[in-house]
Design a protein around this ligand. Structure first.
Ligand code: XMP
Length: 510
């Protein structure tokens, strides 16, 4: 186990993901964890993350110096590097002038005899973001990297296994960052990379079988990646003792409900109850056009439908939740502004009669969940499914929702996705869909005047869905999608492509 000790930097999750990509298991822990608690975990290495503070300011997150006596290698990144210097009697000061302040891509020169920089070129680009300067390097450390502006870009005490870098090896802009992390884990810490998803899947299934035995388990299946993988994993452990309820609110993409049902019933022979509840949802949504109200109605109705079905089953022992590791890390830090309330099945436990929750994916990042999914034999189209919001097409139909509008949007969205897939371009974008605006305009078709809806196409590239760029889809793909939609789908006579990034726009239109 490697501990990623979190000092509040924005890339902390990314560090953990990068470590896992080296097939090494790690956990993120806040810097407020005591040394005793860290010790109890028996870590093989510790990574200090970056953070927004300055080590010399009052109230900055610090750590006890005794951490250096644990006898495990430590890597400090950015703030973490300065913290090493600060704690070990070096000196960190604000950069006096521009000379030592660095932001963005920076040419950096490395001492490649240092284990951390083994087998990388002695000159490459790193990503910097620091306004502080390591004025005095702590005793026992030598300088192992510098830039044109700054002599102290990386420090190392190879004897004790302590390393610090001012730049961020975890971000992609640092050309050999992943190799450096790999070097730290393998060359410095001597780890062997035994965190593999096939093993994880096997062991988890074994553990789940032991834990659950012949008790009853209930799962809300949405057809999304997380709930699908969680359900299949538990199914492999306990078979028909698992019952899945799939609430089809009628706001899914074209054919999606049938595909989900078919996959889980036929391929996995699972106990799946599909509830076709489109009428109920449409009834509640009638005349509603405010996005947050739509979300609220759908969230509540979802729970009610699920609850009704669950009652028929009666008391169960376990309820499955598809919680993944980023949810675990983020929980408890809920002070970010609510831009949109996200409806997921998180609210269920209060409404169902169960004894305990099982969360088989609690330790996994999204890409690891996908790997496990493939190991379990879940079809690629499900494993690689792009994110789809809980409220479904309801928030992609601007204004009020009718059955006809749903059908129009489903058909148009299907064609857009089909054209992207046919051109092999779907792998280049992370989320792509159509939006039915509530604007109508004049057109001409054949000899007649039309007055119909405008459809918007949206496609973005993104790493984390917090920020996103609009995708530069080739014109010919947009053209064939547009032609087909106009010809094949009723009620649409104009198509526009959304060319705003997030921020200032969001990915969805509502
Ligand atoms: P926005 O539109 O906020 O979307 O840029 C970011 C990501 O979140 C998804 N999204 C939702 N997911 N319930 C969900 O489960 C929601 O209400 C919801 N709203 C947005 C969106 O599809 C994108 O991936």
């Amino acid at each position: 186990l490697v501990i990623v000790l979190d000092f509040g930097g924005q890339y902390n999750q990314l560090i953990a993901r990068r470590v896992r990509e080296c097939n090494v298991y790690c956990e993120v822990m806040p810097y407020t964890k005591s040394l005793e608690e860290l010790k109890a975990k028996n870590p093989s290495a510790i990574i200090f993350t970056g953070g927004p503070n300055s080590v010399y300011e009052d109230g900055s997150p610090l750590y006890t110096k005794e951490i250096f006596s644990l006898g495990v290698p430590i890597l400090g990144i950015c703030y973490g590097c300065q913290l090493i210097a600060h704690l070990l009697d070096g000196e960190v000061t604000p950069a006096q002038d521009d000379s030592a302040r660095e932001y963005g891509k920076t040419k950096t020169y490395f001492d490649t005899s240092c284990k951390l920089f083994k087998d990388i070129p002695d000159e490459s680009i790193t990503w910097m973001s620091h306004g502080d300067y390591m004025a005095k390097v702590p005793e026992g450390f030598k300088l192992v990297a510098h830039s044109d502006k700054c002599p102290n870009v990386a420090i190392a005490d190879e004897e004790r296994g302590f390393y610090g870098v001012q730049f961020h090896p975890e971000v992609q802009h640092t050309e050999f960052g992943q190799k450096m992390l790999h070097n730290f884990l393998y060359e410095v810490c001597g780890l062997n990379g035994d965190w593999k998803m096939d093993e994880f899947a096997k062991q988890s299934i074994e553990k789940l079988r032991e834990k659950i035995g012949d008790k009853k388990v209930l799962c809300a299946l949405s057809g999304g990646v997380d709930s699908s993988v969680a359900a299949v994993m538990i199914h492999k452990a306990v078979g028909k003792n698992l019952t899945c309820i799939f609430v089809d609110h009628g706001l899914l993409r074209k054919n999606e409900g049938d595909e989900v049902e078919k996959t889980f019933k036929e391929k996995f022979d699972m106990n799946l109850i599909r509830v076709n509840a489109q009428d109920r949802f449409l009834g509640k949504l009638k005349g509603v056009s405010d996005p947050e109200t739509k979300r609220k109605i759908i969230g509540e109705e979802f729970i009610r439908v699920f609850e009704q079905e669950a009652k028929k089953i009666g008391k169960v022992d376990y309820l499955v939740q598809g919680t993944i590791y980023p949810d675990v890390i983020e929980s408890g830090t809920g002070d970010a502004a609510v831009i949109k309330s996200h409806h997921n099945v998180g609210g269920l436990p209060d409404y169902v009669d169960f004894k305990e929750i099982v969360e088989p994916l609690r330790d996994l990042f999204k890409d690891e969940v996908r790997k496990v999914g493939l190991e379990l034999g879940i079809p690629e189209f499900l494993v690689w499914r792009q994110p789809f919001p809980g409220p479904g097409l309801a928030i992609r139909i601007i204004g009020d929702i009718t059955e006809e509008k749903i059908k129009t949007l489903q058909d148009a969205d299907f064609i857009f996705r089909d054209e992207l897939a046919k051109a092999g371009y779907d792998k280049n974008v992370h989320q792509y869909f159509a939006v039915l605006t509530n604007m109508r305009s004049v057109g001409v078709m054949g000899d007649g005047r039309t007055y119909d809806y405008t459809l918007a196409l949206r496609a973005v590239t993104t790493n984390d869905f917090m920020t996103a760029d609009w995708a530069k889809i080739p014109y010919d793909i947009l053209e064939s999608a547009s032609n087909r939609i106009i010809n094949e789908v009723k009620n649409i006579n104009r198509i526009v492509y959304d060319i705003t990034s997030k921020p200032p726009a969001t990915i969805e239109w509502e």
